[in-house]
Design a protein around this ligand. Sequence first.
Ligand SMILES: [Fe+2]
Length: 380
Amino acid sequence: MSETTTKSVTVSAPDVLQITPLENAPFGARISLPAYAQDPADLNEDDFQRLYKAVHEYLVVVLPDLAELKPSSQYQLTKRFDPTCEGAYGHSKEFRHEKSVLRRDGHSTPAQPQVQILGQGRHDGHAGVRDLLLRHPTHMSFHHDPLSNDDMANGYTRFYRWHIDSALYGLAPPVVTTLLGIDCPVDKRQKIRYEDTGEEITTTKATTAFASGAIAFDNLSDEDKEFALNTTVVYAPHPYIFISPAKATSDGLTMVSEGKELPLDELPEWEQSKVKRLPLVWTNPVTGKHHMQVHGCCIWKLETPNGTLELEDARNTIHRLMRHNISPDHIYCHDWNQGDLVIFFNRGVWHSVTGQFEEGGHRLMHQCNIASDVDPVCKK
Ligand SMILES: [Fe+2]
């Protein structure tokens, strides 16, 4: 007869990364780090793979309470999402060109130049930078018909520019962007009015808005899906300089066509081999879903099954395909809390800055994305 012994076993919760889908949002998830990794750069391979999968499935994930995250950790985490990337920031040096529409967006952290400091107001000594003056990008300098002062005094703002983070010339689009809210006052509300439908949404001030490229594709008609799957977007050489004299539509989706773009022979030196030609639809490497991914402000031409559309027709077509996807029900607006690290699948969502700050307003964020070595592909 065998002897049986009974042991008392204490079962603790598994110390692994936890994923909780966001409620009342069309996509997105909240991540809890395992206890062993206060710094997400320290995740073990299994937990990093959970995070990698979550970013591709939920598209935007939020890791709270990381206000002290070091730029070196943010860089390492960002780079880990793309083994092909060599470590350069997602934009080339033209980012700072005097005519670029991006020139004022951010300042590199000295110790980790791929991490950009973004925000509003004067910040002296942050990350070792003396007397840093940050300017939050606002629609006033970018839209063709900005809001009136009365509208802004009444709390209205706009989607500044719906985009993917990418140089769109020479370099391949980054896989993810990481955005850290270090000092993000959330005491005020703002309103965005959709001027074509009259709809309005209310959000926290300077929310970051996201739209899913997968929802955009799924909601196209069968005919438009076929068109999108067989269309290539050609971006202008040095696109952010090319569009600098032009102004954007009031929804921030594309540019108004008035022939104001810089003539090609007035751009900095460029070469045809660096002009970006990307499919209009990018296939998610984890889910296999199709995402309609396009930077509507930077497009130059569309190569469609029915021939090439030049600038104005290309913009009109892209605007028609994109517009439905920024409707109130389809977007997720992130209400920033101090210490939120947002990681978004830059090859699967579009995003937009919103809001404008009053004199003396302040905000501080760190942003990182790294140019990939490989362009996204459409797997039909
Ligand atoms: Fe961005």
